[in-house]
Design a protein around this ligand. Structure first.
Ligand SMILES: C[S@@+](CC[C@H](N)C(=O)[O-])C[C@H]1O[C@@H](n2cnc3c(N)ncnc32)[C@H](O)[C@@H]1O
Length: 274
């Protein structure tokens, strides 16, 4: 048995139900879905956490991830640009904290200018958040600056080998604004970027002065091509147990036999060794 904290998919679902009620199984209130059921277990494993450790989570949004980690005894700095989302996190904490949980520290801040001293970030996570930040080079430099000498950062971001001209056809229109970068049409104007290998190298790997010690793709032909990128994705946010089965069965099969198709997302661990 691993001596590190783990968050298997089914436990994530159990925590989501405890945090947000049974309705979460049918319709998610945050970004919890198939993707997170792949990301949270992998990211947690790669962070090599022990109870009492502290994780700096960049761009937390209204994710339940910090609360899941707290339930495992891990402290989490929720660092998020939107004040309302940080308030949501504080409220969720007030409603669900139990004795023995780790501490959740809410911080309203910009990941491009972290209010954190050099070299104190022993564990840093960023789950599907950095692709929404236009000045990602600044974020990469900041991760490099705050990462401790024995630090680990685990990042998940959208991936492409070729140049993208569109994506998520079934969901909502996005307008291209630069190479592989898009802004959602309409009021919210959310920014979204895909990374190729060179982008990842220059934006995150080089500034972190760390080695990539784990790398994993996900969302290939089945989970992306036949599902996410089509109109079938109207079911995407429903029936989380179906997402769990997809994460548990389709995802490992794709990663074993379908690697000829490129992944929609990659997850990687940056590790500094003294
Ligand atoms: C897709 S959501 C987060 C997903 C979340 N990490 C999860 O596990 O479900 C992206 C978040 O990044 C936040 N964000 C965008 N720009 C940011 C910045 N410059 N600094 C910190 N957070 C930022 C957004 O407000 C949003 O809440």
């Amino acid at each position: 048995m691993s001596r590190f904290v783990s968050l298997p998919g089914l436990r994530c679902i159990r925590y989501e139900v405890a945090l947000n009620g049974w309705k979460i199984l049918k319709h998610t209130v945050n970004d919890f879905s198939l993707w997170r059921l792949i990301e949270y277990p992998w990211v947690t494993e790669q962070l090599k956490l022990k109870p009492g450790d502290t994780v700096l989570d960049l761009g937390t949004g209204t994710s339940s991830y910090p609360h899941m980690l707290a339930k495992e005894g891990v402290n989490v700095v929720v660092l998020e640009l939107e004040r309302d989302r940080v308030r949501w996190q504080q409220q969720k904490r007030l409603e669900t904290a139990r004795p023995g949980d780790g501490v959740v520290y809410p911080v309203v801040a910009d990941a491009t200018a972290l209010p954190i001293r050099d070299g104190v970030g022993v564990r840093v996570s960023a789950v599907s958040s950095l692709e929404h930040i236009p000045d990602d080079h600044a974020v990469g430099r900041e991760i490099g600056r705050v990462l401790a000498d024995d630090g680990i950062a685990v990042i998940t971001i959208p991936y492409t080998k070729s140049e993208r001209t569109g994506f998520f056809k079934g969901i909502k229109p996005f307008k291209q604004v630069e190479r592989n970068a898009f802004v959602q049409e309409g009021k919210s104007g959310s920014f979204f970027r895909f990374y190729n290998d060179e982008d990842i190298q220059e934006t995150y790997i080089e500034p972190s002065r760390a080695e990539v010690t784990a790398w994993r793709g996900f969302g290939r032909k089945l989970l992306n091509g036949l599902y996410h990128e089509t109109r079938r994705n109207r079911y995407w946010r429903r029936w989380v147990l179906k997402d769990w089965l997809l994460a548990k069965i389709a995802h490992p099969l794709e990663e074993r036999f379908g690697t000829a198709t490129e992944p929609l997302y990659v997850m990687f661990r940056l590790e500094r060794t003294k």
